[in-house]
Design a protein. Structure first.
Length: 405
């Protein structure tokens, strides 16, 4: 059983920021523990009242002088680093996370330098993509923690669920992270990103082949070992389209059932994995953009005394504005733009209140017609219509090209 106060006080003496970690786990208690770790004894004593038997986490966050952690998971990684770089890793404070069952697993502590802060901007995780391990997850090689928004490792003296105790190497000072080690980690990160991208493209191609095969009455199912990549890919695609979360879960399950080996059993077994991916705070959800949808025309229906029915289509404000802008001179001021648009709208029976388009709407209409702000006159901007050549140089879509009057 752990004693939070004792462990946290020992960490504080080493100038380590701390946070509480659930007993016999590696899961932190607070969602903002990276932003507000305990850095003084009064905060530690208060946490010890609330979490007396919790494990302790050591927190790192991007910044010169802050802690960073090289978390080694694969046997032989340290030897590989020294062989590939031709350098010797410096002596630094280190904690073994499984000293009895896996003595190679360790957290190497470093102080961040100006060079490392310049090069690192996010937490880094590197996995072995050669073969999925149990439950479809790829085994971890190493992590670089505390170099981005925040990360933590479990402190020495904490207890695992197996009863093993995290063990450190004594009062060894924390070394600054070497520049050559930063460069090696970045090289491995770039290599991992490239391999991950190739794997995603391979799985997408397999899914496309499976869909085509099913349409043709054949079978070409995606291998079972790629099911986590399928989940991540499909959840991301559906989220980008703005589909509701509850519908994404159903659609992804259907995709797994229809196009993967052992799909029915996989979809049933890993419902929670699908939900976890949907709940990922880094997942980007799109939204249905109303400007991409067709707008029904506004029709005015009138009936004459003789019973004849007349249907007249009334132009919308933005349509009238676009039509009026086509008659504008090559250059004009913002006040002139407003006056001309107001006159055009009121001529089409719009009220004065309805003619007061927002500044954003005016700017959008002018840009669509090929105008750009080129200068200013007093407190006013001056708009000039660009030629096709100028529009091409500025990346203006071809549909917006207009010739100068």
């Amino acid at each position: 059983m752990t004693d939070f106060l004792t462990l946290a006080t020992a960490a504080h003496e080493k100038d380590f920021p701390v946070c509480p970690v659930h007993p016999q786990e590696k899961r932190g208690v607070f969602w903002a523990q990276y932003k507000h770790p305990a850095k003084n004894l009064s905060e530690i004593r208060q946490l010890s009242i609330d979490y007396p038997r919790h494990n302790v986490g050591i927190v790192g966050r991007r910044g010169v002088g802050n802690l960073a952690f090289l978390d080694i998971d694969l046997e032989g990684t340290l030897e590989r680093i020294e062989t590939e770089t031709g350098q010797k890793l410096p002596s630094t404070y280190t904690v073994q996370s499984r000293p009895e069952s896996a003595p190679w697993k360790r957290h190497m502590y470093f102080r961040q330098t100006a060079y490392s802060v310049q090069k690192f901007d996010k937490e880094i995780h590197i996995a072995d993509l050669s073969k999925p391990a149990e439950h479809g997850k790829y085994p971890s090689l190493f992590d670089m923690k505390g170099v981005g928004a925040g990360g933590f490792v479990v402190a020495a003296g904490s207890v695992r669920d197996t009863g093993e105790i995290y063990l450190d190497n004594g009062n060894v000072p924390v070394a600054p992270i070497p520049d050559w080690l930063v460069d090696w980690v970045l090289k491995e990160r770039d290599k991992y990103r490239s391999e991950s991208a190739r794997l995603r493209e391979t799985v997408k191609a397999q899914l496309a082949t499976a869909v085509e095969a099913k349409q043709a009455g054949n079978s070409a199912l995606v291998p079972r070992e790629h099911f986590r990549t399928v989940i991540k890919s499909r959840v991301g695609s559906f989220a980008y389209l703005g589909i509701r979360k509850k519908d994404i879960a159903r659609l992804v399950q259907n995709q797994i059932e229809d196009f993967m080996e052992d799909g029915v059993s996989l979809a049933a077994e890993y419902k929670d994995a699908i939900r976890e991916e949907i709940a990922n705070p880094k997942l980007r959800f799109g939204r249905l953009r109303t400007e991409f949808l067709p707008h029904p025309a506004r029709n005015v229906v009138t009936t004459t005394a003789s019973g004849d029915v007349t249907i007249q289509t009334v132009q919308r404000r933005h349509e009238i504005m676009a039509e009026a802008i086509q008659t504008f001179p090559h250059t004009l001021k913002t006040s002139e733009v407003r006056a001309r648009l107001t006159k055009a709208l009121m001529a089409r029976k719009f009220t004065l209140a309805e003619t007061k388009a927002e500044e954003k709407a005016i700017r959008r209409a002018m840009r669509r017609a090929g105008y750009r702000v080129t200068s200013s006159a007093g407190n006013e901007r001056v708009w000039s219509r660009q030629t096709k050549k100028q529009a091409d140089a500025n990346g203006l879509p071809k549909r917006q090209h207009t010739s100068p009057l």
